[in-house]
Design a protein. Structure first.
Length: 273
């Protein structure tokens, strides 16, 4: 390719000394940047500064590609991880997006956050009036088990560590089929809900689906206390996964919080206090 050949041929203009000098400069910049990760988790930047037509890029490929990478070219040089996320369309119908950047090794964290952002972007998109497609749910793999959590094991809540300590990874946030009731179980520490499948009028309840090895799943299930148990939960798309259910007898006298649509919404309402 003549464009690539021209870029590579520019190496004739640099000496070995130039290479080491540049490498030392980059290493110094990386040392400054490393300190930043003590204070932030993610750097969010535009994926590209603008959008060019194919004809424009063909006419001036080196300069226009350099401009397109102005916010992201440094990622490889500084040994960072990054993921680009669709963020809708401009008013003129051209696409736009953001890139999430983190330190080396943060790929899974970035991917999980990117999935959440992608799902949240399902709003009318400028002149097109079209929503972004929802991210596909993770396809189960034979070597991994999945479990849907509904209460204190949700991200950021007190028992989530029981998943993360076992190497579990968040697959997606979802809702059950509208066939469940949710109760605030009295006398539990930390506070927990109990979800019961009902044959009568039920509701869709928010859950998180996590994946972990079968060995880790086994030890996790062994630690689930009564009246909670791990059974089979139906999601709103018809998929069935293992997940938290509750013995119906434990809901006698418990507050029915189904109307909140999920444990996190119940906690946010202040009704739990």
């Amino acid at each position: 390719d003549p464009t690539v050949r021209g870029i590579v041929a520019n190496a004739h203009g640099y000496s070995a000394t130039d290479v080491f000098t540049a490498a030392a400069t980059v290493a110094g910049m990386k040392a400054q940047l490393d300190a930043m990760w003590d204070h932030i988790d993610v750097l969010a930047v535009p994926t590209i500064p603008t959008t060019y037509s194919i004809a424009a890029v063909n006419a001036d490929p080196v300069e226009l590609n350099r401009r397109l990478g102005i916010y992201t070219n440094f990622v490889n040089l500084l040994d960072l991880a990054a993921i680009a996320v669709p963020a809708g369309f401009r008013a003129d119908g051209m696409p736009m997006g953001i890139t999430l950047i983190g330190p080396a090794g943060s790929d899974l964290m970035l991917a999980e956050l990117a999935q959440r952002l992608h799902a949240a972007a399902s709003v009318p998109l400028g002149a097109l009036g079209m929503p972004l497609p929802a991210p596909e749910r993770f396809v189960a793999r034979a070597e991994l088990a999945q479990v849907a959590v509904v209460g204190a094991h949700l991200t950021g809540l007190p028992l989530n560590r029981e998943l993360t300590a076992r190497g579990a990874r968040l697959v997606c946030r979802a809702c059950t089929a509208p066939r469940y009731q949710l109760f605030a179980l009295p006398g539990t520490t930390p506070p927990k809900p109990g979800m019961v499948r009902t044959a009568d009028a039920g509701h869709a309840i928010e859950v998180e689906v996590w994946e972990l090895s079968h060995a880790a799943f086994g030890s996790f299930v062994a630690g689930v206390p009564s009246p909670l148990s791990i059974g089979t939960i139906e999601l709103d798309d018809g998929e069935r996964v293992h997940g938290f259910l509750c013995e119906a007898v434990a809901t006698t006298g418990a507050e029915d919080i189904t109307r909140f649509g999920g444990w996190r919404s119940y906690l946010a309402s202040g009704a739990a206090s």
